[in-house]
Design a protein around this ligand. Structure first.
Ligand code: PLP
Length: 408
């Protein structure tokens, strides 16, 4: 049996469907975000990153690096075990306290990633609820879908952010445990869930709520508690899930909820129990970022300012910017090959790195460049981005809106 042939064929299928992914080999430079070295096939080259999820550049913040280095020097590299077997170290406990406080919850549990927290968190919670029905937003992230799948209970999908559809499903579900799983900020379209209205429905029909705030924690709310904090809804959500790997610049994921729920997940979730805990230095770095962003608004304000400027400059240049109420700036290409070609040209000819977003991450026909401005993308970088995009659009024959002339 030629086992390798199966893998070669599988890769061929991806290439035929134009879904084969190529990763850029990057070397980030502390203190110079968003500049980085790209180890291209021709050798190393400096590029500007325009698609990082280190949304606020906290991965390079002196307090965060300082906490990481100091903790690693004092406590060493690894946690040394699973949470159950010698891996529950003090920086992890402090981090969980910091997170619980951020979300105004009794308790928090840290997992090795946001993905794992959704996968093992949702499946464990739903399994503990007898005859649970999960109501899931159609645009939920793959990690939530996997968690729902592994719960082995009934699920129904409501149309994205569609309150009438959700209510119809809740009404017909009747009197049984129900879990509504949704995100606060959907990262590909940059739109926001009607959190309070969903909580109204949950209260009316006796459902629990599970909210993924992965793309909003650190970025929204007076202390960075996310969109639920901004909308005064944190206390209405049963489980808030987040990541430490994006705006907090580190690694890991978490859920925050009441004490009994967290204790039950701690005790039953395989993805929590049977894996080595995050290293102390990683936890200390994440805690330093959360602590800083609870009191500093500079990053959040500058972040929104930069996103607004990017949208305005690109729109004025005639580029098809999708309107969003958030920091996400999708520029539509609507064609997989041209989307990949646009990304390649930006990197090769303009030293700008923006990963193409193709199916299955987004529906076919909605391929796009997903731009994520940070507080450190200055006006000159924004202007250079607009010029580069216009050049690439022209090279690929992509449509540009007519630019108003100054005299008009
Ligand atoms: N939830 C959403 C909505 C995401 O986009 C992601 C992507 O990374 C995750 C969860 C997973 O988080 P993490 O990167 O920390 O594993």
């Amino acid at each position: 049996m030629n086992y390798d042939a199966f893998f070669v064929n599988a890769l061929g299928r991806l290439r035929d469907e134009r879904r084969y992914r190529v990763f850029a080999d990057l070397e980030r430079m502390a203190g110079r975000f968003p500049h980085a070295i790209w180890h291209s096939p021709q050798g190393p080259r400096e590029v500007v990153i325009w698609c990082s999820n280190d949304y606020l550049g906290m991965g390079q913040h002196p307090k965060v690096i300082g906490a990481m280095v100091e903790t690693a020097t004092r406590m060493g590299a690894g946690a040394g075990g699973t949470r159950n077997i010698a891996g529950t170290h003090h920086p992890l406990i402090e981090l969980e306290r910091e997170i619980a406080d951020l979300h105004g919850k009794q308790s928090a549990l840290v997992f090795t990633s946001g993905y794992v927290s959704n996968e093992t968190g949702i499946s464990t919670i739903a399994k503990l609820l007898p005859n649970c029905l999960i109501l899931s937003d159609a645009y939920n992230h793959n990690s939530m879908i996997e968690g729902i799948r592994q719960a082995h209970c009934e699920k129904q999908i409501f149309r994205h952010n569609d309150l009438a559809h959700l209510e119809e499903l809740l009404r017909t579900a009747g009197d049984r445990p129900k879990l509504i799983a949704f995100e606060s900020l959907y990262s590909m379209d940059g739109d926001i869930a009607p959190i309070n209205a969903i909580c109204d429905l949950a209260e009316r029909y006796g459902a629990m709520t599970y909210l993924d705030e992965v793309h909003a924690v650190g970025l929204y709310g007076p202390r960075g508690g996310g969109v639920a904090e901004r909308d005064n809804a944190m206390h209405r959500i049963d489980v808030i899930e987040g990541t430490l790997g994006k705006s907090f610049g580190s690694l890991g994921g978490y859920i925050a909820a009441n004490g009994a729920l967290c204790d039950a997940v701690r005790s039953y979730a395989p993805g929590f129990i049977f894996t080595t805990a995050l290293p102390p230095a990683v936890c200390a770095a994440a805690a330093a970022a959360i602590r800083h962003l609870k009191s500093s608004n500079w990053e959040r304000e500058r972040h929104q300012d930069r996103a607004a400027r990017v949208k305005a400059v690109l729109t004025a240049a005639g580029l098809p910017v999708m309107a969003t109420p958030t920091h996400i700036v999708p520029v539509m290409v609507s064609e997989p090959e041209k989307c990949k070609a646009a990304s390649d040209l930006l990197l090769a000819e303009h030293s700008i790195y923006i990963q193409p977003i193709n199916y299955p991450t987004v529906p076919k026909g909605t391929e796009r460049l997903r731009i994520t401005p940070s507080p450190y993308h200055d006006d000159a970088l924004i202007d250079a981005l607009a010029e580069a995009l216009v050049d690439v659009w022209q090279q690929l024959g992509l449509p540009l809106a007519r630019r108003p002339l100054a005299a008009e």
